[in-house]
Design a protein around this ligand. Structure first.
Ligand code: FNR
Length: 185
């Protein structure tokens, strides 16, 4: 059976570059692995009242189930005001609860950050890593994956250009090699 790696894009908008990157990654897995896009579109803002057994939103239950069934996770994050977009932080919080049921625990991760600007969402990339430390998501350190000028990385058909595709394939290959060494499953 293939090992499933979750792809989580930190944006809700329809034309999101982060979502498009996630789609472009789908065919890049080597044999034995499979990428699965995990949507965060319908997760209400986390509220501890939702930890009440009778009060868990259906979308939380679905999301937590999806997280439980992945071997690892790649976060594809844009940057909002030099930090992680609230929707991505919210998804991380939802997956980490209720207390004592951290669904992320031990799942090897990676952070791919992107921006139309030239700083490649560096701030979001590193703020995100702070939460990953606490949640025990070991995160690939090298290569770091920064994707600048992402608005210019697409051809006339809306596909990633070859340069960006090549760069991402190398990042994926490095992640999979790193995953094999760091996964307990
Ligand atoms: C941005 N954007 C942005 N870009 C960046 O490089 N650094 C930043 O700090 C910010 N801050 C920021 C705040 C807010 C509220 C918005 C809406 C946008 C621009 C951002 O990179 C751009 O809108 C991306 O296209 C968002 O990612 P998706 O939706 O394309 O995945």
């Amino acid at each position: 059976m293939n090992t499933v790696i979750g792809l989580i894009a930190g944006s809700l908008r329809k034309e999101s570059f982060s979502k498009k990157i996630a789609k472009a990654l789908l065919p890049m897995t080597p044999q034995g692995f499979e990428f699965k896009i995990i949507s965060i579109d319908n997760l209400p803002i986390y509220n501890q009242d939702f930890d009440d057994y009778n009060n868990v939103p259906e979308s939380y239950a679905k999301f937590r189930h999806e997280i439980k069934n992945i071997g690892g996770v790649i976060f594809i994050t844009p940057e909002y005001n030099r930090s992680v977009p609230a929707v991505l932080k919210n998804a991380i919080d939802v997956g980490s609860r209720p207390a004592g049921k951290n669904g992320w625990d031990g799942k090897p991760g990676a952070v791919f950050s992107n921006s139309p600007g030239n700083l490649s969402a560096f701030g979001a990339n590193h703020h995100l890593r702070q939460s990953l430390v606490f949640l025990n998501i070991p995160a690939m350190q090298q290569p770091e994956v920064y994707l600048p000028h992402i608005d210019k990385a697409w051809d006339e058909n809306g596909n990633l250009n070859d340069d960006m595709k090549g760069f991402l394939q190398k990042a994926v290959d490095a992640y999979i090699e790193w995953f094999k060494k760091n996964s307990s499953s």
